[in-house]
Design a protein around this ligand. Structure first.
Ligand code: PLP
Length: 363
């Protein structure tokens, strides 16, 4: 029988009830779901592609693959990819959860992911009965490791991995004959540090062997509802994923493929979105600090990783009393029990209101 962990968000429900009682209403900063509109250029491309009578290509249209190749070159400093090195996905969460299955992993195989991590890496291991190992130290990765997940910039803590770490991690993966994947979905949102791709030439030493990069358009282009993502890297691995995905029917819808091309080709809306988040961060971070909280990491990405030096649930309760809903660190690993994650994905009005409530609270 398949056993998966309880869905942790249910445990937040009582705190949402408290937050909702605030005289000016609840401000939900617990989830990272975009609130700003999907850019017109993307919506127009979707609208123009609604005649979708035939099956789309699992591999993506040649235009989409070319757009992904071009994006890595322009935005990620990875200039030598070909169409055989890239593959679109239906958002990135399905790929993350299914990667162990699509790579043929099973019982006895180890899947490694960060100690403080987005929960879907562990779910993927559970789906195939593989052993999940939360570890940030390449020296700890066991000989039975078959898949290693990195996540830079990280969710929930906004930490960034530099070239030296990525190089060491790739070298260790190759020594173990394991696939290594960096989930890079927050790459466009670097505040105090920029985060290199795992496919950066300074990381891979002239070969993409064993290495994949995963990206999502959900956040950079406010199209989480479209479900558009992709994976790039070693052509043998991409071919293996494509073959398996064809059999399963994991095909990005045709109109979404067209919308992805428009999103990848337009940098203006990404810059605009980046400045929205930058200004929200610039309002919320100092307000949290003024209220006595410490913000750790958060050098990049869409979250502030916050502690009051107490159990996360105590902080969640204190914030709920101000009508602010956050997510406890315990959702993301045993090392994170004293932190809460506060999302920047709220309207300017909500971010300003949250900041005002925090400043008034003078914690
Ligand atoms: C680290 C990380 N990876 C992947 C995803 C999945 O995003 P999507 O399925 O929308 O591409 C998320 C979503 O929040 C995330 O935080």
């Amino acid at each position: 029988m398949l056993t998966l962990p309880d869905f942790p968000w249910d445990s937040l429900v009582p705190y949402a009830a408290i937050a909702r009682k605030h005289a000016d209403g609840m401000i939900d900063l617990s989830v990272g779901s975009p609130v700003d509109p999907t850019p017109d250029v993307v919506r127009a491309a979707l609208a123009e592609a609604t005649d979708a009578h035939s099956y789309p290509q699992t591999a993506g249209t040649p235009q989409l693959r070319a757009a992904i190749v071009d994006w890595y070159s322009r935005r990620r400093g990875v200039s030598d990819l070909a169409e055989a090195n890239v593959l679109p996905t239906i958002g990135s969460k399905e790929l993350i959860a299914l990667m162990p299955l699509l790579l043929g992993l099973g019982r006895g195989d180890v899947v490694v992911f960060p100690r403080i991590a987005y929960p879907t890496y562990a779910i993927g291991a559970a789906l195939v009965g593989a052993t999940a190992l939360a570890s940030d130290d390449p020296a700890e990765w066991l000989s039975s490791t078959r898949l290693i997940w990195l996540n830079s910039p990280g969710n929930p803590d906004g930490s960034v991995r530099d070239i030296a770490f990525l190089r060491a991690a790739v070298a260790r993966a190759r020594e173990l004959d394991a696939v290594i994947v960096n989930d890079e979905c927050y790459a466009e949102f670097g505040w105090e540090a920029s985060s290199p791709s795992i496919l950066d030439p300074r990381v891979i030493d002239g070969s993409r062997d064993h290495v994949l990069s995963v990206y999502s358009l959900s956040k950079q282009s406010n199209l989480a509802g479209y479900r558009g993502g992709f994976v790039a890297g070693c052509s043998d691995l991409i071919a293996q994923l494509l073959e398996a995905r064809k059999h399963v029917g994991l095909i990005p819808p045709g109109p979404v493929q067209a919308a992805m091309i428009a999103a990848l080709g337009d940098e203006h809306h990404v810059e605009q979105q980046r400045s929205r988040y930058e200004s929200r961060r610039g309002i919320l971070k100092p307000a949290l600090e003024a209220a006595g909280y410490r913000v750790d990491h958060s050098e990049a990405g869409l979250y502030l990783w916050v502690t009051a030096g107490e159990d996360a649930w105590t902080t969640i309760a204190a914030l709920a009393a101000l009508g602010i809903l956050a997510a406890p660190g315990s959702f993301y690993g045993d090392d994170a029990r004293n932190h809460v994650r506060i999302a920047l994905t709220a309207t300017d009005a909500d971010i300003s209101a949250a900041a005002a409530r925090l400043r008034d609270s003078g914690n």
